[in-house]
Design a binder for this molecule. Sequence first.
Ligand SMILES: NC(=O)c1ccc[n+]([C@@H]2O[C@H](COP(=O)([O-])OP(=O)(O)OC[C@H]3O[C@@H](n4cnc5c(N)ncnc54)[C@H](OP(=O)(O)O)[C@@H]3O)[C@@H](O)[C@H]2O)c1
Length: 210
Amino acid sequence: MKIAVLGSGRIGGALAKKWARAGHTITFGSRDPDKPELKELLKTLGGGATATNAGAAIHASEVVLFAIPGATMAESIIEHAKVLDGKILIDAANNMAGHTLNSFATFAEQTPKAQVFRAFNNYGWEDFENADFAGGPADLFYCGPDGSARATVEHLIQEVGLSPLYIGGVEHVDLVDAVLRLWITLIRERNMGRHLAFKVLTDAPSSQAG
Ligand SMILES: NC(=O)c1ccc[n+]([C@@H]2O[C@H](COP(=O)([O-])OP(=O)(O)OC[C@H]3O[C@@H](n4cnc5c(N)ncnc54)[C@H](OP(=O)(O)O)[C@@H]3O)[C@@H](O)[C@H]2O)c1
């Protein structure tokens, strides 16, 4: 699968590493595709990964991961709305100072034909870089439209080493974001460390879920 990763920092880098290893073609959409840190990152990802500007990366890809600062999301979505519309979009960005953490309102307005998912926003990058936890794979809570695009996002979550836990449609985005608030509270106020993730325990067979 061709994946555009907007933002070559901690989240973009950690997820791109896992997806490149799984055989996907990664194109970073960067403000500076020639910067030394990005060149170093590309070397670790092998031949399947390249870098260009955001517009070209989106154009070349079927799936787009947003891993840029939350405060820059609206501007980026508006700038690239035409080429984003119709694609599978994953919003991992958190606008910590904004009215909401996610950018779903802007997506709904600007890219009405896109299939937008909220995923990879509610754990730290360390949990994606190293998803091995004692007690089995942790759950990754996510939401978005049901259907074939959901299956694609589930695969991408599994390839990071986590177990996808579908909360439901886009109306559940605030609940997915609430998981981040719990995660932050446990690491900051309870000092539980950033290598922390959640798992749902149930007697229901997994076939009954989702
Ligand atoms: N850090 C975490 O553990 C974590 C966890 C979950 C979600 N998130 C969210 O994921 C997003 C990325 O977080 P991160 O920790 O990966 O951040 P980061 O390490 O600072 O990387 C962000 C990347 O975004 C790109 N970018 C585009 N516009 C930018 C601007 N105006 N200022 C700075 N960078 C800009 C840069 O890549 P180029 O220079 O290549 O353009 C930069 O490397 C944020 O929205 C954050 O809230 C972070």
